[in-house]
Design a protein around this ligand. Structure first.
Ligand SMILES: [Zn+2]
Length: 268
């Protein structure tokens, strides 16, 4: 393992332009459980009931308290999360003279909060809202979860039976009058084009790709390491259970631990 860490540190050091591709494993040590694990969100809240706008509406009409607990659980998780040593080390690469582009499957804002300036959100952004009618975007929503926590408390304090309208009141309104929703990719929705184009463009300029905490096995995530491999961009994989079949420098560790060790080897 020491050899592999050394090899990865050397590769990072000599790479002017570094692209990172991060997934759920990146934020796990920040307290955001992976969605699909044993205790993951989608195991406790069936996607058929909570994973699409239509199914959420139907569940809210039938059992609004279940949707409230789904929302409340998410609000608490994302409010509590703070960047971990891995997020900080990635942001630090840019301060040490590297050009750093982060491509992430995560919808949280931990890379940004750690100080990374270039972050492309491949599955959308929990802190950006999109109008369901005119498509207008509101991206200054960083206080949204704090406000939502208060709204949830107020609804609970009312002591009346919860109804779907209470839940609808949680959503911000667009200037056109329609409701806005978090700009994240739900089940069956297409992926946003711009960040994926940016991801491919970043790989063309990359001297090294670091895949962190994502299995990257399933299309379309799998296309990024594949593309790097085809362009002969060296790959480092950081995953407790590595999965990449392309010849990568493999570090079988969780993200925060691996980056702490790499940063120290790089003298950062
Ligand atoms: Zn609108």
């Amino acid at each position: 393992m020491e050899n592999l860490l050394g090899e990865a540190a050397d590769l990072l050091k000599k790479s002017k332009n570094i692209v990172l591709f991060t997934g759920a494993g990146m934020s796990q040590e920040s307290g955001i459980p992976t969605f699909r694990d044993k205790d993951g969100l989608w195991n406790r809240y069936a996607p058929e009931q909570f994973g699409t706008v239509d199914s959420l509406k139907a569940t809210a009409l039938k059992t609004p308290e279940k949707v409230l607990s789904f929302i409340e659980e998410n609000v608490n998780v994302f409010l509590k999360a703070t960047p971990n040593a891995g997020h900080l080390a990635i942001a630090n690469l840019a301060k040490n003279g590297h050009e750093v582009t982060v491509l992430t499957q995560n919808i949280d804002d931990l890379h940004e909060r750690a100080g990374s300036a270039v972050v492309h959100k491949l599955h959308g952004d929990l802190f950006t809202f999109r109008c369901s009618k005119c498509g207008a975007i509101a991206n200054d929503m960083s206080n949204y979860l704090t406000e939502l926590k208060d709204k949830i408390a107020a609804v609970k304090e009312k002591g009346q039976a919860l109804c779907a309208a209470d839940l609808v009141s949680f959503l911000p309104k667009c200037s056109c009058g329609a409701l806005m929703r978090p700009d994240v990719v739900l089940f069956g929705e297409s992926l946003p084009e711009l960040p994926w184009n940016a991801a491919r463009e970043a790989l063309v300029r990359a001297h090294c790709l670091v895949v962190v905490g994502t299995s990257a096995e399933v299309y379309p995530a799998s296309t990024l390491p594949k593309l790097a491999f085809q362009m002969e961009v060296p790959i480092i994989e950081i995953n407790p259970r590595p999965v990449l079949k392309h010849n990568a420098v493999t570090i079988a560790m969780r993200a925060a631990e691996a980056f702490t060790k790499l940063a120290s080897k790089m003298g950062m």
